[in-house]
Design a protein around this ligand. Structure first.
Ligand code: NAP
Length: 288
């Protein structure tokens, strides 16, 4: 069997077009364009590239770019004040604190300053709690993007055996919750899992977010399974994922490539979260 590749670039384009149409509708009805405040602390080159891409796509979708670039030596209290100001600014629909922040800063305390309604990265305790309870909130962008990819390719989830490799707050945990919400039977693996290959081989759907290059090979995949590779690693030969692509391609039914699979979905879902946050804020102010 040769797996069909899941085209994250094309699906992300569809999501971005939907967001742009939503923004046009909002603006045509006399509402302000949604505004995304990306907050970058310091000059980490990788973070700068990520933030630049987010800002560019935000503007392309017709939203306001309300970026803040702050010095690497900013104090915790000064950064808290910036977040508090953005939290109350009606022009700001979504706040994204680019992580990691410099080591002298307390990430959890900073994230706690972001109101759940503007938490377009879905990283606050409030949004994680809503997700754990199966209630509506803003969902972290990468797992949200994986769900959209699975839906675009009509992957059956109800009753399916799903394995998530990884349990980070950013990817693994919310991913497992989202699959559970869709009635998959979810197994979550991590670095202490006894026999990763055997657990994965039972799965109809495998989402790999371990951050270990090539951790999943053909021996860990049931013929015909859907395999989603969240991992991203830079090598001298280009980007690779957590999945041994050539091996798994000959066993799986559906497979995301790296690059061009999950990666493009992440920013697209950030834009979708921002427009959803703007709508929700607007509905609340109309109801007030
Ligand atoms: P992370 O915070 O480092 O978490 C990795 C998880 O994998 C941990 O839960 C860890 O288990 C588990 N793990 C590590 N080694 C393992 C092993 N040998 N067997 C089973 N589980 C193992 O990483 P992350 O932030 O979730 O990111 C994961 C990967 O996705 C990275 O490559 C990252 O670059 C990529 N990523 C991509 C996107 C995108 O847009 N495509 C977005 C976010 C992240 P323990 O909990 O036991 O330590």
């Amino acid at each position: 069997m040769t797996a069909r590749l899941m085209n994250g670039k094309a699906v992300a384009r569809t999501v971005r077009d939907e967001v742009a149409a939503d923004v046009s509708t909002l603006v045509a009805s006399g509402r302000p364009a949604p505004g995304l405040a990306t907050v970058l602390v310091g000059d980490d080159p990788a973070s700068e590239v990520y933030v630049r891409n987010k800002r560019r796509q935000c503007v392309e979708a017709g939203m306001a770019d309300l970026h803040r670039h702050l010095p690497a030596d900013i104090t915790q209290s000064a950064l808290k004040s910036v977040l508090d100001e953005l939290a109350t600014d009606p022009a700001v629909s979504g706040i994204l604190l680019q992580l990691p922040v410099p080591k002298h800063l307390d990430t959890a305390a900073l994230l706690a300053r972001i109101p759940a309604s503007k938490d377009v990265d879905g990283l606050t305790v409030a949004n994680a709690g809503l997700l754990a309870r199966g209630r509506v909130g803003l969902v972290p962008c990468t797992p949200g993007g994986v769900m959209r990819l699975l839906d675009e390719y009509d992957v059956a989830l109800s009753g399916a055996d799903a394995v998530v490799v990884g349990r980070s707050e950013l990817v693994g945990r919310p991913m497992a919750q989202l699959l559970l919400q869709r009635d998959a039977t979810v197994t979550q693996c991590h670095s202490r899992t006894k026999d990763l290959v055997a657990v994965c081989r039972r799965a109809d759907v495998i989402v790999v977010a371990a951050g270990v290059p090539g951790i999943i090979g053909g021996d860990a995949v049931m013929p015909g399974a859907t395999v989603i590779d969240v991992g991203i690693h830079r090598t001298p030969d280009g980007l690779i994922g957590d999945v041994r692509f050539d091996e798994v391609k000959s066993v799986a039914g559906l497979l995301t490539p790296v690059p061009g699979g999950v990666g493009p979905m992440t920013i697209a879902m950030l834009l979708a979260n921002t427009v959803a946050a703007a709508r929700a804020l607007d509905e609340r102010s109309v109801g007030a």
